[in-house]
Design a protein around this ligand. Structure first.
Ligand code: ADP
Ligand code: MG
Length: 407
């Protein structure tokens, strides 16, 4: 049985035990790895993620009531909400204009995980004006690791959005469904994330990445050619957990906003590498380093796309290395574990390596020739042991197709 078949079976089994019947269909959406372009999305910049061969499956069926019921293999029990109550539940109070700063989100009325699928139901109804959407049962199973920087959140959003889009006949396209997922995450869950994860999960293709302009949402498929070049992406999950909602992430976003204001532009996307000399004269040193990361990272994404198209994937290693150095030194979102993972991978034969995801923990990725994959895994494990860190979780991911109906 493939991993996909196992997750499909798990979602069906959970559906049967939770709701006493078979689903009408199963939809799935993948997690993602961001090859390059970190903290550029909310600066209207460029990113180059790919969907991975780890997916979240949602088995679903209309239930003939006005209620949404959700179950997940990650949590006990069924969470049940009337469709008409979604509008009073979301957005979370904390996200409402004029809400007290410490307002307890209404979403706290349901288990935190259930705010993802229920938030998608809420946002999809608004986007599609599908006010008559009928009640539905959902059972979710996933092999996307949670909190490892692989976006299990976009995977659950994409799977549920795809299922409801079909069952409700909402007719939204993949980009609109990505926006539904983002809205759910921002306003129902209350996590201030960009659009990258959802776009990668919706639009991914086998052995290809998505070159996304986060200002226009224009997305180009860029062939990676890993298979032909004998390359793999090794993920080294440090198992140090991150949370996007904490101070570090907000602080970086504020620094970027401040930098854009001081440069007199709508977003850091509008600042070029050539503008950095002027930037240094109009802002404090810390804000400047945050700005420099974003500006140079945007350039690296564009350079990576050009290099992939002209030379091929073996040539992008130095760009990955430069991206990591920029996040470690200028944006200051790396951790000792991530730095050790990156240098161990490189010493063991990776062509390039960098932390991926929001930072403050999570995973590093290493572009690795197939015959060096075992060396990289062993080197990471022994470097972690030597440094006194808990053992990392090391595995390869393959660039894969985006959200789809499976059955
Ligand atoms: P990640 O980097 O994995 O996206 P996030 O904190 O953004 O980390 O999202 C993880 C959260 O998403 C989990 O804590 C849980 O609330 C929810 N989630 C993800 N996948 C599932 C799932 N299969 N079942 C239930 N909840 C899930
Ligand atoms: Mg996430």
């Amino acid at each position: 049985m493939t991993a996909d078949e196992a997750m499909d079976a798990a979602a069906r089994a959970l559906f049967a035990t939770s709701f006493g019947t078979d689903p009408a269909g199963v939809w799935s959406a993948p997690g993602r790895v961001n090859l390059i372009g970190e903290h550029t999305d909310y600066n209207d910049g460029f990113v180059l993620p790919f969907a991975i061969d780890r997916r979240t499956h949602a088995a679903a069926r209309p239930n003939g009531t006005g209620r949404v019921r959700v179950a997940s293999t990650f949590a006990d029990g069924i969470v049940e909400v009337a469709l008409d109550d979604l509008d009073t539940m979301f957005p979370a109070d904390a996200a409402r204009p004029g809400a007290a700063p410490n307002a307890v989100p209404n979403a706290a009325r349901v288990a935190q995980w259930a705010a993802y699928p229920l938030g998608v139901a809420w946002a999809l109804r608004l986007a599609a004006a599908a006010r008559t959407a009928a009640g539905v049962d959902l059972a979710i199973a996933s092999d996307v690791p949670v909190g490892a920087g692989l976006s299990s959140s976009a995977a659950i959003e994409g799977a549920v959005a795809s299922a409801l889009n079909d069952l409700w006949g909402a007719g939204l396209d993949p980009v609109a469904l990505a926006q539904v997922g983002r809205r759910a995450e921002n306003e129902a869950v209350g996590a201030p994330t960009g659009i990258m994860d959802q776009m990668a999960s919706m639009l991914g293709r086998t052995d290809a990445a998505i070159f996304l302009d986060c200002r226009t949402l224009h997305a180009d498929v860029v062939d990676l050619g890993f298979a032909a070049a004998g390359l793999e992406i090794v993920v080294i999950d440090t198992r140090v957990s991150h949370t996007h909602a904490t101070g570090g992430y907000r602080d970086r976003r504020e620094a970027c906003e401040r930098g854009a204001v001081l440069m007199g532009v709508p977003a850091l996307r509008d600042v070029s590498v050539a503008d950095l000399a002027r930037a240094q004269t109009v802002m404090d040193a810390t804000t400047f380093r945050r700005v420099r990361h974003v500006v140079t990272e945007n350039q690296r994404v564009q350079d990576a796309v050009r290099t992939l198209r002209s030379v091929g994937p073996t040539a992008i290693g130095p760009l990955l290395d430069a991206s990591h150095a920029s996040m470690r030194d200028d944006f200051e979102i790396s951790t000792p574990e991530l730095d050790v993972a990156v240098s161990a991978a490189r010493a063991a034969g990776a062509l390039g390596a960098r932390m991926t995801g929001g930072g403050f923990g999570g995973a590093a990725i290493a572009l690795t020739p197939r015959d060096r994959v075992d060396h990289v895994a062993a080197a990471a494990a022994s470097a972690f042991e030597k440094a006194g860190f808990a053992a990392p979780h090391v595995f390869s991911v393959e660039p894969s197709d985006g959200a789809r109906r499976d059955a």
